[in-house]
Ligand binder design. Structure first.
Ligand SMILES: [Zn+2]
Length: 543
């Protein structure tokens, strides 16, 4: 007799017999491997078509995956199946990658050391090893925005524009000058504050490259005489760099100046801007105070702003509410509210500063004080529970006090709000790789009263002409980077009362000198005797 009940039971549990047990973790593991396979086959199919690889690769990869699936069913040992599946899936991938790498350019290879470096750079911003030669072939400059893409992006002019930016970044230039001459277009870079000729374009190429920049900055291409200005951005080696462009007409045609603003560059510390320990120990307690006005002063390009940021770097930005008012924003800083004053839109520093005070700041950084209203608000804020940091265009610390009064701030207000003034200049730093020792400089020895044999004096090795072998660190310029020379005036009670009664700068200077005022030249001479820079640099900076 047929046992229908038994058959029904077996049928109900077909094909794996009784029980409904399964291991969730193992099942997920299987699904993950399966999904990887789906993704791999899809990628391989696309990739093989792109690079014209034989069409049998897709069915091979697909059938191998079928075998791996089968292995889970056949073998009762889960982990053996996992290993087997992975081997089955990886082997066609490795063989395919090898065949493929023979066909494609080096920059597109996969599963190679180069590939891993590329992925690491892209995902983690890592730099493994040195820059290989093929980075020159593919210039790591990508213009951002609408004008950066599209039909023009493969043209000769576009590539020329990329090359010039790349060269400027590599040479640490802060400005690119493109000036038409009778013969062609002269290109100069400002490096460490000094304009250096770099290369020349012929007129045609120069005009094409200049027009690429005009296009990127959304300027009127047809207008070649009237001054225009604009900006654009580019991704340079995974960093975003902003460029401010200004054009104007000249005798030989249109000229252009491009300023590079690297927003990813790091804020420096007080030591890094060149402030020696003696001065640092005087500045630090001033930055801990909850009110007062600290001014950095000097002419344009003296490094005032960098020093101001170094001061900000010293401040605890977690426990204090820090707000900055800048034009333009030069560094991005964490835990700080940064406001860019748009003077073109009719906004003023004074108006912005007034509205900013309502946000209950503890520390305020004002990019620059150049009008009476801003100066007065800054002084008042410094007296009412805010630490105010700012820059002022003045040649030395004592003159800066006079400048505030000239702007129209009442002497008693200056006297009661200003805490200290740091005056500075930038000097170039000797290239440590190629500097050579030299005899002590008599002027420096005398001024610092150095005993015989004290001090380390160096001079630069300056190589002229392109054919000579140049130092790889400074490209034969003899200097790399810049450092500050400083003088610090901390306002004493004596100086304050002098200011209030009768603001006579001469008298203030005399009092300051008596209290051990450390002048700009003193600091400069010391840096010469320390082998950091040269007397020529100090004289150039101080003149
Ligand atoms: Zn050198």
């Amino acid at each position: 007799m047929v046992d229908f009940a038994r058959i029904a039971d077996l049928w109900a549990t077909f094909p794996r017999g009784e029980g409904l047990f399964f291991h969730l973790g193992k099942l997920i593991g299987y699904i993950v491997i399966y999904l990887c396979w789906v993704k791999f086959v899809a990628w391989l199919d696309r990739d093989a078509k792109t690079f014209g690889m034989p069409s049998y690769w897709t069915p091979i990869a697909a059938s191998v995956a079928f075998l791996s699936l089968l292995s889970f069913w056949i073998f009762p040992f889960y982990w053996l199946s996992v290993v087997l599946s992975l081997l089955l899936l990886l082997s066609p991938l490795i063989i395919y990658a090898q065949k493929r790498n023979e066909e494609v350019p080096p920059a597109l290879t996969i599963l190679t050391v180069e590939h891993i470096k590329r992925v690491a750079r892209r995902n983690f911003g890592l730099k493994i090893g040195s820059k290989s030669k093929d980075t020159l072939k593919t210039i790591p400059v990508k213009f951002l925005g609408k004008a950066g893409e599209g039909k023009g992006s493969q043209s000769e002019g576009y590539r020329g524009a990329q090359e010039l930016i790349w060269l400027a970044v590599q040479r640490r230039a802060t400005d690119i000058h493109m000036e038409p001459t009778r013969e062609g277009m002269q290109i100069r870079f400002r490096i460490d504050g000094i304009l250096q000729p770099v290369k020349d374009f012929d007129t045609d190429r120069g005009t094409v490259v200049l027009n690429v920049y005009k296009n990127l900055a959304a300027l009127d291409i047809a207008e070649k005489r009237k001054p225009q200005d604009g900006s654009f951005s580019a991704e340079v080696e995974e960093r975003t760099v902003d460029f401010r462009v200004a054009t104007s007409g000249s005798v030989h045609g249109e000229k252009m100046v491009i300023r590079l603003l690297d927003s990813s560059r790091q804020m420096k510390s007080l030591t890094e801007v060149g402030l020696r320990e003696v001065l640092r120990r005087k500045i630090e307690p001033i930055l801990d105070q909850s009110n007062g006005l600290l001014i950095t002063c000097g002419p344009t390009g003296a490094g005032k702003t960098s020093t101001l940021y170094a001061c900000l770097n010293q401040i605890d930005r977690f426990s204090r509410n820090v707000i900055t008012l800048e034009n333009p924003v030069e560094y991005m800083i964490d835990n700080v509210t940064q406001i860019e004053v748009n003077t073109k839109a009719g906004k003023t520093f004074a108006a912005e500063l007034r509205s900013m005070l309502r946000q209950d700041p503890d520390v305020i950084l004002v990019g620059e004080v150049r009008d009476a209203e801003t100066a007065e608000i800054a002084c008042q804020a410094a007296q009412t529970g805010h630490l105010v940091l700012t820059t002022l265009h003045a040649n030395d610390a004592v003159t800066a006090l006079g400048r505030l009064i000239d702007l129209g701030v009442k002497p008693f207000l200056v006297a009661s709000s200003v805490t200290a003034i740091l005056s500075q200049r930038l000097v170039r730093v000797l290239c440590a790789k190629c500097r050579v020792p030299c005899d002590p400089v008599p002027e420096v020895v005398q001024r610092l009263k150095l005993p015989a044999g004290k001090g380390k004096f160096f001079k630069p090795t300056i190589v002229k002409g392109a054919d000579k072998e140049t130092c790889s660190r400074c490209q034969g310029m003899g200097y790399v980077g810049r450092t500050g020379i400083f003088e610090l005036l901390v306002l004493t009670d004596e100086i304050r009362s002098l200011l209030k009664e009768n603001p006579d700068l001469g008298a203030i200077r005399q009092v300051a000198m008596k209290s051990g005022y450390f002048t700009l030249m003193d600091d400069g001479y010391r840096k010469v005797a320390e082998g950091i820079t040269t007397l020529e640099e100090i004289q150039r900076a101080a003149s």
